[in-house]
Design a protein around this ligand. Sequence first.
Ligand SMILES: Cc1cc2nc3c(=O)[nH]c(=O)nc-3n(C[C@H](O)[C@H](O)[C@H](O)COP(=O)(O)OP(=O)(O)OC[C@H]3O[C@@H](n4cnc5c(N)ncnc54)[C@H](O)[C@@H]3O)c2cc1C
Length: 364
Amino acid sequence: MNRKKNMTLKEIAVIGGGVVGSSTAFNLALNGHKVTLIDPKPSELNNSNGIRSGTNASLGVLMGNIFGRSKGRSWHLRQRSMELWPKWIEQLSTNNNLLELKKPLLKIASTNDEKIKLQELCKDKAHLGLKFIENDIELNIKSLFPNFKYGGLISSLDGRIQPSSLMKSLIISLEKLKVNKINKKVLSLNRLSQSSIKKWKINLEQNHTLIMDYVIICSSLNSQSIIKTVGYEYSMEPILGQAIEITINNNISLVNLPSVINFNGVNLIPNGKNKMLVGATLEPGEKANEEQLKKMKSLYGNAPKWLQNAQIKQQWYGIRARPQKQPAPILENLEPGLIINTGHYRNGILLAPACAEWVTKQIS
Ligand SMILES: Cc1cc2nc3c(=O)[nH]c(=O)nc-3n(C[C@H](O)[C@H](O)[C@H](O)COP(=O)(O)OP(=O)(O)OC[C@H]3O[C@@H](n4cnc5c(N)ncnc54)[C@H](O)[C@@H]3O)c2cc1C
């Protein structure tokens, strides 16, 4: 990895080591900055309540091209991320941990109205690899979904990246780029002004402090309390997502399937010979509801028999931070030396590269 030369080196702290903070730290370090990543438990799978962080719960679906709009910030971030992902995958892959964007993604229409909408989307975005399919000629779909009567949209460039492999690669790359890591919780911030140069004091647990040129806040829901200590109010609500790993009957073939199948908002991800990942439901709060999980597994009453009968082998929950008064994500340059990059809600994995690039541009 080549660090860019001849830049003014900035000392930057990134608060939060989920996919958003780690990606931001990676891109900043790659661009020659001196970066410290602060997170008390970046790689811990479950917290004491058995709930995972957004990144550890995620399914890693990149749905960048299937999007109703063709302008605005959300669209541009999606497009930029889909451009960056192949390059990032190349940069982040190591011999022992090869990353891959597994394509394509199939969105099945569940009603005639949805079919019409998806067909229109395919016309608008054919140049981005979107194509409507009426039947199962190319894919082993009809045998799995006998009620696949309205057809579906194949997005040839969307797909999935395995989140735990991604995080492993990011951690290795951060080490190679000599990113300093501090496993402590950030409690508050202070502005320090000496003549015209502004610096930031970061107060960590155990009376530890750091002085930095820049602070980038990427700590999901906890960003609210940190940023409040320097006078900013942001409100985000926790939205729970549930996911399961199921094993299915050996007679069902998962061969030659798209890497992601989306039906009624539920993602189905073939994961080996007779395994599948299924997620995610949307529930306000931080407590998992068994009824919602059942509804998700039944694809809201549309599940084929093999899915109804599938055994749940693993089950987990994770929290997504949804901004309440503005669209996700919260991506703002607040004042010299202070940037917030959080509240990615459903698309943190998808949007991580574009948001990291945006942050780096603010500083460079
Ligand atoms: C079930 C489920 C499925 C999902 N599927 C997808 C998907 O398919 N595709 C997709 O793009 N997105 C998906 N998402 C959403 C995605 O996971 C999130 O948008 C993303 O992980 C958010 O990343 P993050 O780094 O902002 O937050 P997190 O991963 O929650 O990381 C925040 C980090 O901040 C740290 N932190 C908190 N407080 C402090 C503090 N005071 N000081 C220092 N550090 C602190 C935490 O320890 C944590 O490590 C899914 C989410 C769920 C729950």
